[in-house]
Write a protein that binds this ligand. Sequence first.
Ligand code: MLT
Length: 363
Amino acid sequence: MFLLLFNESECGFSMAILTKTKSDAEDYMKYKNKFISALALTTGLILAAPSQAATVWKVAAGDNEGSAQHAFGLKFKEALNTGSGGKYDVKLFMASTLGSEQDTVNDVSLDTLDFSILAVNNLTPFSPTVGIFTLPYVVQSLDDAVTLTQGSVGQELVENSVRDAGVRIVGWTYTGFRVLTNSKKPVRTLDDLKDVVVRVPKNEIMIDTYKAWGINPTPMAWSETFTALQQGVVDGQDNPYVTVNAMKFYEVQKYVTNIRYIFSIEPMIMSEQLFQSLKPDMQKVVLDAGLAATKASETFLIENEAKIRQNLIQHGMKIVDPANGEKEWIERATGQVWPKYYDSIGGKDKLNKALRALGRDEV
Ligand code: MLT
């Protein structure tokens, strides 16, 4: 007597046998060979080699689905999958589910996380030269952001981040100007700002910018910001329209001021250890996917920013412009903050190199 057991698995199927005696085993072998021939003849079944499962990397992101970070992540996933012939894939963990943006830099640096997409201001504490993108009023348009990130300034920052933090920037998300939102009142002047409690990222340049504007901001992790706004721990914050919308800040914020002090640039960083473990052709696939996602991010912003602004208005937000073309805000921020950070961005020359690349006067 023998019993045949069939086990369907990823690799096709296997047959096992339960026998009692040696003659049972011989009967089984005869039966098995006949069975397989019959199966092949009658069904034309081909026992294919197992298909290899893709390696799946983890990608953390600070913002919700629907954000510019999400659009970037989806394009990166698609391009990586196609470029690697299905051998590599990523899983996106949105909305800070893998930790605050600054925590994810540590994790990527230690190679306990593969990738993170985060605002550049949250990378600056780990690699100070990227602070050039957080210096107020340096980047004044999407074109400026593209010129700097995709040119020699950006390339130098890629190398510096590997050196300083063990993370490699493989692409750039463009999210638009960080506008000021608050729950109290329309803010047009620095005088209006005086009694508004504003959350800022834990970034010295941004803290000093608000100080130059006359208030002491509240540094706080991005992952805690919505709750702090909801509970009235802080009255306001700044982030681009696209982010304000994706994070549903319109539920807890009423007023928007169109300041243009930082154009939000949000790199995707990768563990340098992981990058170096890849063969050169696979490194190229990753970098090409990063570039494809960078280009898609430009298109996402161009196609969606105006619609998203309208959506914020439909949700009841009141949008105002700063008084006098933002003159006082600009003068105070550039006058007081720029000189303080020349050293940390690598010297005044680095700022002048960026200004030259943008066709602007040197300082
Ligand atoms: C922050 O305010 O900390 C970041 O800009 C959030 C983000 O990544 O959108």
